[in-house]
Design a protein. Structure first.
Length: 94
């Protein structure tokens, strides 16, 4: 199911996978809660420069069930300030 989340980036952890590829796990917060979102592969590479602490972002992706829990797979990231200026959303389009 397509869904979107928005919030303030408050933490970023960068790691290296078993296949020696960089990934990122960010924490975003709104006035009600916080959540962690993992970015892997090309999605991380295309968006890691946008995902900075204290930036307001809108993240769109798919929510799917995995092992009885909901898992959010991000696909697109946009700075909320950019939406006011009419900038395009960064996505997987080539």
């Amino acid at each position: 199911m397509q869904t979107s989340v928005a919030g303030l980036v408050t933490n970023i952890r960068i790691g290296i996978s078993k296949t020696n590829k960089e990934y990122g796990i960010i924490t975003i917060e709104d006035e009600n809660a916080n959540t962690e979102i993992a970015f892997f592969g090309i999605v991380w590479q295309k968006n890691k420069d946008i995902l900075a602490i204290n930036k307001l972002v809108l993240i769109s992706g798919n929510c799917e069930e995995y092992n009885g829990r909901n898992k959010f797979c991000p696909e697109k990231v946009c700075e909320l300030d950019s939406l006011k200026r009419g900038s395009e959303i960064h996505d997987l389009s080539f």
